[in-house]
Write a protein that binds this ligand. Structure first.
Ligand code: ADP
Ligand code: MG
Length: 698
């Protein structure tokens, strides 16, 4: 990287130490190089003008040329606003300012021609533009700027210090116009030529300063490829390393599986479960190390499937680990499987953040000697002092909650050979996303529910219908069923969350004075959570009032009603997960979505989707449609999905190309030692230094 690019941002004209500090903190911009990598997120077309007579409400941002005919200050001192009338001979439109009234007033003169840019909105049946950009017409701007104007994302804090999008644009343009730098090329020229891509340097310049749409497109194409290609390259490289360095452990015996299947398993497996077990069994014999993703809708029976596969490992004298995202879920897995383990004469242990010291020491001791066959746990499992005698099989439940790095840490738990890994998720992942995130995983799917399950009936109720809801709850309790009532988790305010929950709890205890209740929320001590949860699981309490801590994986077959309060605040996949807590037994189950009467369009769409279907794959697609892919996996994955320019829903073709090229390169030259891969190698080495997610490649 050239010296100039490493120059600290504060040395740019007009920045200085205070502004530089803000740019560091708010946008992670430290150097000129960083500034160049802060791409615009959209562009404004300033090449055309709108006529006032033809403005439509929904038109968004418009550019108008006209003469100011009237300027006036309206309203009492504290609520003053400034209005100005702009006339372009086809009509008039009002411009309004609520802030900086005096300053604006001194700037705008009647009878002068201005260029105005802003968003129209409707007020009292007329259009107006509030806080438009406005500047006098000059010879330079009178015909528009004939350019796509870059718009940069900034934070409120930056705006307050006058570092708005325009200021960033000014800084960036100054650098870009000079072109006094050399950005190292990350991709070798033969590949650029083959794919018709422009150089990295050219792409970076025209993303900030696109002369026209065509230039912008080729810049975007190159930068998108850059992102997708290196992700894919990393995945194939990791896969290669595993294949080369580590032979898969081969499990030859299955006596525990046979015994479990013939004597212990209390139901018949579904065809889909059997199919998946066969696939995994084949992997465990192949001599390759397995990395498989098991997708199956909530309630499809992934746990027992994974357990049977773990028994394949244990039959051959290896140990198994099961990692769950929450303590409640880990406890439940351990307790649920313990009955099976006892009958099989094998041992199972549980490790979480709240496992006591003595207990922990005992567990770790039994683990290293091999006395313990299965260890279930939370993140506590991947801590360094958790050492196995010979770990052969790892299950990661609800994978979408964990990052890729955590998976990698579990691989390291066996020094001689990587254990086989099965990751499970009930959040079906659209194919393109799976390819990007889990390019190195094989995928199995359980696509049927156990027989006899009745589809859950989902109803949407208005808050006014609470009496009806309570009547229904009472009836279900009289029939011996149990009920969940869930409140949303409000991240910005834990106190608010607790208040909602506590108010709800009180109102329910008042309405059901004779019914024993449980309450669980994130602020409780794990021990108390556990206690409450157990009372519900064992049927002592009939209603469980909780926040979303019970979202994932909890299994109480006798619970048949899921009431979700403020359902409009939940995302689709969360609603689906929550609903999946019922419908696990043979009784008819119900999900009741409670909302206020005013709903946003998106909230209404989500609720409708939930009422219309119970198919997790359909829901995932709808979710992607409503939210876009960025949000889909939650923040845990953000390191990987941190795509600045590429969009995996719309850039599928490019993703395929990137994947294909990456695959070819790694299979031809795994070490990237050929001269024709020199740029790629150099670029990977640089990324390794700066990105944690690359560091697993050694
Ligand atoms: P998930 O796939 O959501 O993790 P679970 O593994 O928790 O689902 O299984 C849900 C419930 O279905 C459990 O009570 C489990 O014992 C039961 N179950 C699993 N497989 C079958 C089957 N083949 N027949 C009947 N019940 C099953
Ligand atoms: Mg589960």
């Amino acid at each position: 990287m050239s010296k100039y690019l490493e120059t600290k941002i504060e040395f740019l004209k007009g920045v200085g130490p205070a502004k530089a500090k803000l740019l560091n903190e708010e946008l992670g911009i430290f150097t000129i190089h960083d500034l160049l990598l802060h791409f615009p997120f959209r562009y404004e077309d300033r090449s055309t003008f709108h006529r006032i007579s033809q403005l439509r409400f929904a038109e968004g941002n418009v550019q108008i040329k006209g003469i100011i005919t009237n300027v006036s200050v309206i309203g009492a001192t504290k609520k003053q606003r400034l209005t100005a009338i702009l006339n372009d001979q086809t009509g008039e439109i009002e411009l309004v300012w609520f802030k900086g009234v005096n300053w604006m007033k001194s700037k705008i003169k009647t009878g002068v021609a201005y260029l105005v840019y802003g968003k129209t909105s409707e007020f009292n049946g007329k259009y107006n533009i509030s806080h438009p950009e406005i500047e006098p017409i000059t010879t330079q701007n009178q015909n528009g700027t004939n350019q796509l104007l870059p718009v940069y994302s900034v934070t409120e804090k930056l705006k307050r210090k006058y570092l708005d999008s325009k200021a960033i644009a000014r800084l960036t343009l100054e650098v870009v116009r000079k072109q006094d730098f050399h950005i190292e090329e990350s991709i070798d020229s033969w590949l650029l030529q083959k794919l018709g891509l422009i150089t990295y340097q050219a792409a970076i310049i025209s993303i900030h300063l696109p002369n026209d749409q065509a230039k912008l497109n080729s810049s975007l194409q190159r930068l998108k490829f850059e992102e997708l290609f290196f992700i894919q390259l990393r995945m194939f490289k990791e896969k290669k390393i595993r294949e080369q360095k580590y032979q898969g452990i081969q499990f030859a015996k299955t006596h525990l599986v046979n015994k479990f299947y013939e004597e212990i398993l209390p139901f018949n497996l579904t065809e889909a479960q059997k199919e998946v077990i066969k696939e995994i069994y084949a992997d465990l014999h192949s001599g390759y190390q397995m990395n498989r993703l098991l997708q199956g809708d909530v309630g499809s029976g992934k746990t027992v499937t994974a357990f049977i596969c773990a028994l394949i490992a244990i039959s051959s004298g290896y140990q198994a680990a099961i990692m769950a995202p929450t303590e409640i879920l880990a406890i439940q897995h351990a307790q649920g499987l313990e009955t099976f383990c006892k009958k099989l004469n094998i041992t199972i242990g549980l490790i979480t953040g709240s496992t006591g010291k003595a207990k922990r020491r005992d567990l770790l001791q039994k683990l290293i000697t091999g006395e313990l066959h299965i260890l279930v746990g939370t993140h506590a499992l991947i801590e360094n002092d958790v050492q196995f005698e010979n770990l052969g099989f790892v299950v990661i439940d609800e994978q979408h909650r964990f990052g890729v790095a955590q998976r990698a840490r579990l691989w390291q738990k066996n020094k001689n050979a990587f254990p086989h890994v099965l990751v499970m998720t009930a959040t079906p992942i659209p194919r393109t996303l799976a390819m990007t995130l889990y390019g190195d995983l094989e995928v199995s799917t359980i696509n049927e529910l156990p027989k006899g399950r009745k589809p859950i009936q989902t109803t949407h109720l208005n808050d006014n219908n609470r009496l009806k809801l309570f009547g229904f709850i009472q009836k279900q309790i009289d029939e011996g069923r149990q009920i969940y009532i869930v409140y949303p988790l409000i991240e910005e305010s834990e106190t608010l969350e607790l208040k909602d929950l506590m108010d709800g709890y009180e109102s329910i205890s008042r309405s059901f004075p004779k019914v024993p209740l449980s309450i669980v929320h994130g602020k409780m001590k794990p021990k108390d959570k556990d206690y409450e949860m157990n009372r519900f699981v064992s049927g002592q309490t009939k209603i469980m009032v909780a926040t979303t801590v019970i979202e994932v994986g909890v299994n109480v077959p006798n619970a048949s009603v899921m009431v979700i309060e403020n359902a409009e605040r939940f995302g689709l996949s969360q609603l689906h997960q929550l609903r999946g807590r019922v419908g696990r037994g043979s009784d008819q189950s119900y999900c009741i979505l409670m909302t206020g009467s005013k709903l946003s369009k998106e909230a209404r769409e989500r609720i409708k989707c939930m009422v219309d279907t119970t198919d997790g794959f359909k829901i995932a697609e709808k979710d992607l449609e409503i939210r876009g892919p960025g949000d889909l996996m939650g923040t845990q994955q953000s390191g990987l999905l941190d795509l600045k320019v590429a969009d995996i829903t719309t850039d599928q073709e490019l993703l395929k190309t990137a994947r294909e090229e990456a695959r070819k390169i790694i299979s031809e030259d795994p070490e990237l030692s050929l001269p024709k891969h020199a740029n790629i190698l150099k670029s990977i080495n640089q990324k390794k230094k700066s990105l944690l997610s690359w560091s697993s490649i050694s």
